[in-house]
Each structure stands twice: as structure tokens, then as C-alpha cells.
Design a protein around this ligand. Structure first.
Ligand code: 5GP
Ligand code: ZN
Length: 113
């Protein structure tokens, strides 16, 4: 089972900031900015390449969750970055789809590899 599936199942600890029936969000273990949260579907979808039409509503829901978390963590107005890495050239390390939510300082041209 992958690391993020273990977090979903409660088998690995995480600093959870949001959870519902389909989505979970928790602080990155190695933050690249003052706010660095990972937002994941509970379903094990390895990469963006594995998305299917049936996931369209889930992905929309994830962005609404991101918007809510950004507001709650106080970065909605100052701004933030949302990014997803895919496969090796994208720098993906964990093969369970996740959205990086980064903010809390001017981020510069690139963060998260
Ligand atoms: P990727 O490179 O796959 O887009 O990003 C994976 C992210 O997951 C990295 O930023 C890394 O710090 C984070 N990460 C890896 N293992 C764990 C873990 O066990 N717990 C948490 N909270 N984050 C993790
Ligand atoms: Zn998984």
C-alpha cells in the first residue's frame, strides 16, 4: 500500500487540515514554503495520466477544497500556488495523485522541483 493510502487509513500519522468522504489534506512532511499542504483523493489514483472521465467531479471538488483550505490558513488574499507533478520529469515521488498547496511568502518562479 502506498504512503498516502496509509495516511488515509490512519496507519501513518499526518497533520490533517481537512477530511471528507472523498478527500484528505495534510501538511507536507518536508515543507517548501510556510504553508505547504498536500490535498489528495482518498481513492488511489497514481498520476494525472490515470484520470478518467468519472474523476472529473472529484477533481473539481478538490479545487473547491483547496480554495477553502487557503482561506482557512490565511493565504487566500496574499496568494498561493497549486501544482501537481507527474512522473519522473515532473519530479513525482509519491505515486498517489496529490495537489501541492503552497503559500505564505512570495514563491518565486518555481517551488516543488
Ligand atoms: P511529489 O514529488 O510526489 O509531487 O511530492 C511528494 C511530497 O510528499 C513531497 O513534498 C514530500 O515531502 C511529501 N511526503 C513524502 N512522504 C510523506 C509523508 O509520509 N507524510 C507527509 N505528510 N508528506 C510526505
Ligand atoms: Zn495510494
Amino acid at each position: 500500500m502506498c504512503v498516502f493510502c496509509k495516511i488515509v487509513k490512519g496507519e501513518l500519522p499526518a497533520k490533517v487540515v481537512y477530511e471528507d468522504d472523498r478527500v484528505m489534506a495534510f501538511h507536507d512532511i518536508n515543507p517548501q514554503a510556510p504553508v505547504h499542504v498536500l490535498v489528495i483523493p482518498k481513492e488511489h489514483i497514481p498520476t494525472v495520466n490515470d484520470l478518467k472521465e468519472e474523476h472529473a467531479e472529484l477533481i473539481g471538488h478538490i479545487f473547491l477544497v483547496i480554495k477553502k483550505i487557503a482561506k482557512e490558513l490565511g493565504i487566500a488574499e496574499s496568494g498561493y500556488r497549486v501544482l501537481v507533478n507527474c512522473n519522473s520529469d515532473g519530479g513525482q515521488e509519491i505515486y498517489h495523485l496529490h495537489f501541492h498547496l503552497l503559500g505564505g511568502k512570495p514563491l518565486g518562479p518555481m517551488v516543488c522541483r
